[in-house]
Design a protein around this ligand. Structure first.
Ligand SMILES: *Cc1c(COP(=O)(O)O)cnc(C)c1O
Length: 433
C-alpha cells in the first residue's frame, strides 16, 4: 500500500494526485489510465539542475533520457526546465523535433544506428552523436562531409563497473553490447582511429553503467575510472577532452524499502572525484552531462485500473484481475520488476490480504504485482499502481490488440489529456489486406 508523499487522500478516502481525485479522473477518461504529476516531474528535473549548479559550478547539463517516457509534451517540459534530452532512435528524435526541441541540446545514442537515422540527426543539427561501434564513424564522417559540417561526437566506453542491478539493465561491464571496453584496450584503439577523421570532432567520452541503481559507490567509481582514462589519453595520444557524459541509472522507489540515492550527494561525490583527479594531473575539469530517465518521470506517474474478476484459489493464491496488464506495463514479465498499489477509491481502508494483481492478456506471466498487500478488493474498485511513470507507456504494446491507454497530466487540481486513448481503428490502421 505504498503512497508517495506528494500524493494525498481526500475526505472521501480517494487517492489524490496533482490535486485531482483519481476516482473522478477514471470517470472522465476511463481505465486503464496513465496519470503523470507535472509538478513532480519539474521538481525532479530541477533537483539535478540545482545540484550541478551547487556542486559543479553549473559546468554541466542534465539530459533527460527520453526513452523512459517519450512524448511531445515531455520534450516541451524538458525544454522549459532548461534540460537537454537524449534520444536513441529516429522516432524519438522525430518526436523531439516535432515538439520544437532545440536540436543543439539533443544527444543521439544507439548501438546500431541506421544510415538514415545518422543522416536525419546530422541534418537536424543534433548537438552530440554518441558513437557506439565500428563502422559508424565512417558513416558519420561521410554524411558530415556531404553536408559540409563537422559533427560533434562522444564515444561510448564500458568502464568495467558492476552496477549491482538486473542483468538486462546492467551496461557497464565488458560482456555487454554497448560501447568499447577500457580494460582490454579496445576503447583506446578506437579513439586513436576516431582521431583520423576530418569531419568529426571528439568532444569527450560517454558511459552508462546500468539502471535502477541504489548504490552510491559504482557511480563515484565510474567517474574515477573515466577521469583516469582521460589522464591516460592526454599522456598517450595528446588528446584533451573537454566533456564527460556519466549516463543515468539512478534508482527510484517502487516498493517500501527502496532507498534512492539522493542526487545531491551523488553530484557532490562525483564532483570531488573529478576535481581531485584533474588538479592532481593538471588537466582541465570537463563539462559534465548526466542522463537520468527513470528518476525524472518514474515516481511522477501512476496507472489506474478497474478491478474485474477475482479468483480465490483455496490454499494457492488469490488473483485480482485488472483491465490492463503486460500490454501497458511489461516490466514484470521482462525483469520480474516489483510494484506496489493502493485501492484508489478506498485509500483509507486497511490492507488485509496478499493478492496477485494480474492483467487480461493471454499469458500466465501477465502479472503486474506478484504479492500485493491490499484491503479486500471488490470488482469495480479502482487500483492505483505506483511509480509507473518510466518505461510503462514507452514500452507499451498492442499485444492481444489492446489499444494503448491515454496519458493525463495533472497539476494544481487541473488535468489535461496529453496522449489520447487508441481506438480499435488505430489498431487496424496498418492492416492492408
Ligand atoms: C537508459 C539510458 C539512460 C537512462 O537510464 P535511467 O535508468 O532511466 O536513468 C541514460 N543513458 C543511456 C545511454 C541509456 O541507455
Amino acid at each position: 500500500m505504498l503512497k508517495h508523499d506528494y500524493m494525498e487522500i481526500n475526505s472521501q478516502g480517494h487517492l489524490v494526485i496533482g490535486g485531482c481525485d483519481t476516482v473522478e479522473l477514471c470517470a472522465a477518461y476511463g481505465t486503464p489510465l496513465y496519470v503523470m504529476d507535472e509538478d513532480r516531474i519539474r521538481s525532479n528535473m530541477r533537483a539535478y539542475k540545482n545540484s550541478i549548479d551547487k556542486f559543479y559550478s553549473g559546468h554541466g547539463r542534465c539530459l533527460y533520457a527520453s526513452k523512459a517516457f517519450s512524448t511531445m509534451y515531455m520534450y516541451r517540459l524538458a525544454g522549459e526546465e532548461g534540460l537537454g534530452v537524449d534520444v536513441v532512435s529516429g522516432g524519438e528524435l522525430y518526436t523531439a523535433l516535432k515538439a520544437g526541441f532545440d536540436p543543439a541540446k539533443i544527444v543521439f545514442h544507439g548501438n546500431n544506428k541506421s544510415y538514415d537515422e545518422i543522416e536525419m540527426a546530422i541534418k537536424a543539427g543534433v548537438g552530440r552523436l554518441i558513437v557506439d561501434g565500428d563502422g559508424e564513424i565512417e558513416k558519420i564522417d561521410a554524411i558530415s562531409k556531404a553536408n559540409g559540417v563537422v559533427t560533434n561526437i562522444m564515444i561510448r566506453v564500458k568502464p568495467g563497473v558492476d552496477a549491482h542491478t538486473h542483468e538486462f539493465i546492467s551496461t557497464g561491464h565488458i560482456d555487454c553490447k554497448f560501447g568499447f571496453a577500457i580494460e582490454n584496450g579496445e576503447a583506446a584503439k578506437f579513439i586513436r582511429h576516431a582521431m583520423t577523421f576530418e569531419n568529426v570532432r571528439i568532444c569527450g567520452l560517454h558511459c552508462h553503467i546500468g539502471s535502477q541503481i541504489f548504490l552510491f559507490e559504482p557511480f563515484r567509481h565510474t567517474a574515477e575510472i573515466m577521469m583516469n582514462f582521460y589522464v591516460r589519453l592526454k599522456a598517450e595520444l595528446g588528446l584533451s577532452l573537454a566533456e564527460l557524459n556519466l549516463g543515468g541509472g539512478f534508482g527510484i522507489k517502487y516498493v517500501e524499502g527502496d532507498t534512492p540515492v539522493p542526487f545531491e550527494g551523488y553530484i557532490e561525490a562525483v564532483s570531488d572525484t573529478i576535481k581531485d583527479i584533474c588538479s592532481a594531473n593538471g588537466i582541465e575539469v570537463p563539462f559534465i552531462y548526466m542522463e537520468p530517465g527513470r528518476s525524472i518521470v518514474g515516481d511522477a506517474g501512476i496507472t489506474l485500473y478497474k478491478v474485474g474478476t477475482i479468483k480465490d484459489i483455496a490454499n494457492v493464491r488469490k488473483f485480482v484481475s485488472v483491465d490492463g496488464g503486460m500490454a501497458d506495463n511489461p516490466r514484470y514479465i521482462l525483469y520480474g520488476s516489483e510494484y506496489d498499489a493502493i485501492l484508489a477509491n478506498r485509500a483509507c481502508d486497511e490492507a488485509k490480504e496478499y493478492v496477485t494483481v494480474c492483467g487480461k492478456c493471454c499469458e500466465s506471466g501477465d502479472i503486474i504485482i506478484d504479492r500485493c498487500h491490499l484491503p479486500k478488493a471488490r470488482s469495480g474498485d479502482i487500483l492505483a499502481v505506483m511509480s509507473t511513470g518510466a518505461y510503462n507507456y514507452s514500452m507499451a504494446s498492442n499485444y492481444n490488440r489492446i489499444p494503448r491507454p491515454p496519458v493525463v497530466m495533472v497539476s494544481n487540481g487541473q488535468h489535461k489529456l496529453i496522449i489520447k486513448r487508441e481506438t480499435y481503428d488505430d489498431i487496424i490502421k496498418n492492416d492492408l489486406l
